[in-house]
Ligand binder design. Structure first.
Ligand SMILES: Cc1cc2nc3c(=O)[nH]c(=O)nc-3n(C[C@H](O)[C@H](O)[C@H](O)COP(=O)(O)OP(=O)(O)OC[C@H]3O[C@@H](n4cnc5c(N)ncnc54)[C@H](O)[C@@H]3O)c2cc1C
Length: 402
């Protein structure tokens, strides 16, 4: 018997859960919500207050389009998740009684270079090949959609089906909804180790207590790799090579106009919130686990925002923050069962974890309850890093936009 299992027998193993989820961000919460519907006994463990890491920091754009050719393999998963969103939001709002500000108002992609139209046409061709709705629009037409667009914009494309959600509301609502369905929570309870008995994962150690579970899901965002960093968990490291990618954000409160739509350029984005605030982002930084806002980061974000929407120059800065995206070596999520029985990974969502929450939750439920999935997510398997398969190139930047 493995050393940790022996310890466990000594201390406790009083209750056995069907599923223990490590991490109560949006991914852990959505997964708990989905699994608890199937009458499984689900436990979510979070080392802090749940929902206060990357999921709290996000902009909330639900944008399945690729921002580079490297990102193409992610698009089918992203499209499927966007398709599931209305149903997911309705279920969460119904169970929690919390509105999550889901809107399908479309987005404008704007181009600032002198030859912006050529760039725009290339983006349109790429989107259309992927079956993503997109239209070229004249600058006059773009200003009818969003009157605040500035003179620096040289060309624009309209993405009518893009949506947004308030990620803080959504995460809180999903946690509440999972609780309403019977999921249990341990807050301020860091998982320090996974229990392993031969080729099976049999639970977790958290707060010095052994907790037995038939299935363990690692959904600890960019910290997933840190669990593996514990000496006794070396074996876990090969499945979750996550790294933190810092993103800074600014919230602005304009007093004399209201932004209607998401605007995005290659330099940044602005996202309207229901209360009139505008959330502007973001940076992509390798700063370790340091989660502070910097002068250079704010300058970059504000310059990009004001370039698209000059009227934002007079807006009040009402909040700044930073979050750590769960990056991976190839910038794709890590989803699915491992070759350790009972151990499943749902992390590494990098810039798209808000968008990908519904499909992630559904896939995890199908893996656990049916042993197979309705959507082929094989390219995102945790085994791709372990085995050095063709799907394991160590490259960065393959993702959408946030
Ligand atoms: C600035 C910024 C903007 C973004 N914008 C968008 C966007 O517009 N659209 C989009 O789709 N995505 C966006 N993202 C990405 C998205 O936020 C993430 O991919 C997503 O939130 C990841 O969710 P998660 O639940 O995996 O991780 P997290 O939300 O980070 O949650 C992980 C949880 O695990 C807990 N935890 C960690 N270690 C342990 C442990 N040992 N034991 C117990 N619990 C532990 C943490 O406390 C935390 O609560 C953005 C991210 C950032 C930073």
């Amino acid at each position: 018997m493995h050393f940790e299992s022996a310890l466990c027998c000594y201390y406790c193993l009083v209750s056995v859960f069907d599923v223990a989820i490590v991490g109560g961000g949006l991914i852990g919460a959505a997964t708990a919500f989905e699994l608890a519907a199937g009458k499984l006994r689900v436990l979510v463990l979070d080392r802090r207050e749940p929902g206060r890491e990357a999921s709290w920091a996000a902009a909330g754009m639900l944008s399945p389009g690729p921002d580079s050719p490297d990102a193409l393999p992610l698009v089918p998963l992203a499209k499927e998740s966007l398709r599931l969103y209305p149903e997911f939001v309705a279920a969460v709002e119904d169970a929690s009684g919390i509105s999550v500000a889901f809107t399908r108002d479309g987005a404008l992609e704007v181009f600032l270079a002198p030859h912006g139209e050529a760039e725009r046409d290339a983006v349109i061709a790429r989107h259309r090949r992927l079956g993503l709705p997109i239209e070229p629009v004249s600058l006059d037409a773009a200003r009818k959609i969003e009157p605040s667009i500035g003179a620096a914009v040289r060309a624009a494309a309209w993405l009518p089906e893009e949506a947004t959600v308030d990620p803080r509301l959504l995460t809180d609502a999903t946690l509440e909804a999972a609780g309403q369905r019977g999921a249990e929570f341990r807050v301020g309870c860091a998982v320090t180790s996974l229990l392993r008995d031969g080729d099976s994962c049999t639970g977790v150690i958290a707060g010095g207590e052994c907790i037995a579970a038939r299935h363990v899901i690692v959904a600890a965002g960019c910290y997933s790799h840190s669990i593996a960093g514990e000496r006794e968990n070396d074996w876990l490291a090969r499945y979750v090579p996550t790294n933190p990618v810092r993103g800074q954000m600014v919230a602005l409160q304009p007093s004399d106009f209201r932004l209607q739509r998401v605007l995005r350029s290659e330099r940044g984005y602005v996202v309207p919130r229901r209360d009139g605030r505008v959330v502007a982002g973001s940076t992509l930084e390798d700063a370790g686990f340091r989660k502070h806002v910097t002068a250079a980061g704010l300058r970059q974000i504000l310059a990009a925002a004001v370039e698209m929407v000059p009227a934002l120059a007079g807006a009040e800065v009402v909040e700044t923050w930073a979050g750590l995206r769960p990056g991976t070596p190839d910038s794709f999520p890590i989803l699915g069962p491992t070759d350790i029985e009972g151990l499943l990974i749902a992390t590494g969502h990098y810039r798209n974890g808000i968008l990908l929450a519904p499909i992630t939750a559904r896939l995890v439920r199908e893996w656990i309850t049916q042993g197979k999935t309705s959507f082929d997510a094989g390219i995102f398997s945790p085994l791709r890093f372990a085995e050095g398969t063709p799907n394991s190139p160590a490259r960065r930047g393959a993702s959408a936009r946030s």
